[in-house]
Design a protein around this ligand. Structure first.
Ligand code: VOV
Length: 248
């Protein structure tokens, strides 16, 4: 029988992709640039303190290619906190030098194909770690949204729970080959954004993104049912690198 699973949700996610207005930045005085940089660093320090207190997590990456310059990825317990962050960032002087062309709203999700009967999954420390993840500070990030197809005979949502479980098992087995090389954070976005899931991958070797996405294309879950949006790739942004990038 085809029926919805009880998904497990954790922290809410906001991927804020920003472009830097370089013309405006270069035209600003050295004092203005310094003040804007200091405000940005203070904002990021607050994000760091939030992460230390395990009340959320933040990852900052520069984005390669024309689609964006910087990604601020926030995980927080409530959507209100995400909104407060968005507003706090927009109030910084640095934000005046940026524009947002793309963002993504979702919530960390486990699809619970692998639950143990009789157990409260939210009390399981391994599951809690995945629902409330501290984002790895690995060298690279890859983000893309995706759907499961509803197209004629290729309709994921018409498959029985058993069929979907089997297919997801095979997906998970491929994923497990990348243990230690790729870390995935899957966020559900039905009702929040234009696609069904956001896929955020972290790796220290950028080629691992290419390998895993390619290998998964041959797996039925992706080959038959996967539909994919725009891919964005980036490099980690440390405080020193940030100061370096912003110095003119
Ligand atoms: C990096 C490795 C990796 C590993 C180990 C892994 C494992 C697993 C498991 C065990 C499960 C099911 C239970 C749960 O944990 O939710 C999932 C779930 C999911 N995945 Fe995955 N996935 C990985 C990686 C991984 C990638 C690279 C992608 C993108 C696919 C591609 O073709 O580009 C992906 C997608 C998803 C999605 C959209 C879901 C939710 C599907 C749904 O219908 O609900 N995923 N995934």
């Amino acid at each position: 029988m085809s029926e919805a699973l009880h998904t497990l949700e954790g922290w809410y996610a906001y991927h804020d992709f920003r472009k830097i207005d370089w013309k405006k930045w270069k035209a600003a005085s050295a004092d203005e640039r310094q003040a804007a940089t200091d405000e940005l660093l203070r904002f990021l320090q607050q994000c760091g303190a939030n992460e230390e207190a395990k009340e959320g997590s933040t990852a900052i990456y520069t984005i390669l290619g024309h689609k964006a310059d910087v990604l601020f990825m926030y995980l927080r317990p409530t959507t209100q906190e995400l909104e407060e962050l968005k507003t706090a960032f927009n109030k910084t002087r640095f934000a005046d030098f940026t524009t947002t062309d793309y963002s993504y709203v979702s919530v960390v999700e486990l699809s619970n194909y692998v639950n143990s009967p009789g157990e409260d999954p939210k009390q399981n420390p391994h599951i809690r770690e995945r629902l409330y993840p501290i984002l790895p500070k690995w060298e690279h990030i890859c983000f893309y949204p995706m759907n499961k197809k509803r197209d004629g005979n290729d309709n994921w949502y018409m498959l029985s729970t058993e069929q979907r479980r089997e297919l997801m098992y095979s997906h998970g087995m491929i994923g497990r080959k990348y243990a230690g090389k790729v870390k995935q954070v899957i966020t559900g976005s039905l009702g929040f954004d234009d696609w069904e899931w956001g896929v955020t991958l972290f790796a220290n070797d950028p080629l691992q993104f290419k390998y895993i996405v390619y290998e998964m294309r041959f797996d039925e879950v992706s080959a038959r049912y996967g539909e994919f949006g725009t891919f964005l790739f980036g490099n980690i942004l440390t405080e020193d690198k940030l100061k370096n990038i912003l110095s003119v």
